[in-house]
Design a protein around this ligand. Structure first.
Ligand SMILES: Nc1ncnc2c1ncn2[C@@H]1O[C@H](COP(=O)(O)OP(=O)(O)OP(=O)(O)O)[C@@H](O)[C@H]1O
Length: 239
């Protein structure tokens, strides 16, 4: 069984942002990290992928990813950042090829899986925000790593493409460990196997969507919340 066990703390200068964040996940389970703005979700992913240097460990079947050099770590872990505007006028193909640097995965397969197989010669600077988000996912896919981290992978996508990406993550979880930071609680509840609610730099709650109760959401988001099961879907409303 491929398993990731994480225990990290991190401060930006004096400001403690992650306070002994401890969780584990494994292949076959899609983990969604949710929580209020500023809770530390992006910081957590940046710590795991090596952009930031936390205290603690991230053990993949016993190998501490935090102790590896960047190129070694890229073999095990890929990262889809929050969308930013592309800085260089690469073609789609060239951009996705950057992901293959560590492991030599297939650009063509990665583009096909995000539904952008016929766009390989276009310039990334001419893509829409949503299309660029799909290309960022393709770049991480081309890396072929065991762990894939995604920071708000559906934030720029229309309903149809958001569901396409969530279905892709559902497929990918059988091949790798997938962890996605998400704001859309309805997508998280209906696609993830486990939710981790981060609040104020701490794990406030972790469990399966079926175990989540409205009171937990009320505690962290300071809203009134309802959770209803409708036609096989679990839906949150807040007011
Ligand atoms: N480079 C930085 N220097 C100092 N403080 C930072 C830096 N980046 C983030 N922070 C602070 O760390 C805290 C956590 O930020 P982070 O981006 O991880 O939150 P988040 O949960 O991803 O938020 P959001 O949902 O708004 O994206 C915030 O209070 C933020 O202001």
């Amino acid at each position: 069984m491929v398993k990731l066990e994480v225990k990290v703390s991190f401060s930006y200068g004096e400001k403690e942002v992650l306070k002994n964040v401890f969780f584990s996940t494994k292949r076959g389970k899609l983990l969604a990290i949710v929580g209020p703005n500023g809770a530390g979700k992006s910081t957590l992913l940046k710590c795991l992928v090596g952009i930031l240097k936390p205290q603690g460990y991230a053990k993949l079947d016993g190998i501490d990813l935090l102790s590896l050099k960047p190129k070694e770590r890229a073999y095990y872990i890929s990262y889809v950042p929050q969308t930013s505007y592309p800085e260089f006028a690469f073609t789609v193909e060239e951009f996705v090829e950057l992901g293959t640097y560590a492991t030599g995965g297939s650009v063509e397969d990665a583009l096909k899986r995000v539904g952008m197989g016929d766009r390989s010669h276009e310039l990334v600077t001419k893509l829409s925000g949503g299309e660029y988000q799909l290309i960022l996912i393709a770049r991480a896919l081309a890396q072929g790593s065991e762990v894939m981290l995604l920071d708000e992978p559906t934030s720029h996508l229309d309903l149809n493409h958001a569901l396409q990406v969530m279905n892709l993550l559902k497929e990918l979880k059988e091949e790798k460990i997938v962890i996605a930071v998400m704001h859309d609680l309805n997508l998280a509840l209906n696609y993830a196997d486990n939710l981790l609610i981060l609040n104020n730099g701490k794990v406030h709650w972790m469990g399966s969507p079926s175990e989540l109760i409205p009171e937990t959401l009320e505690e962290v988001y300071h809203v009134k919340a309802r959770i209803k099961d409708v036609e096989g879907l679990r839906l949150v409303t807040a007011f």
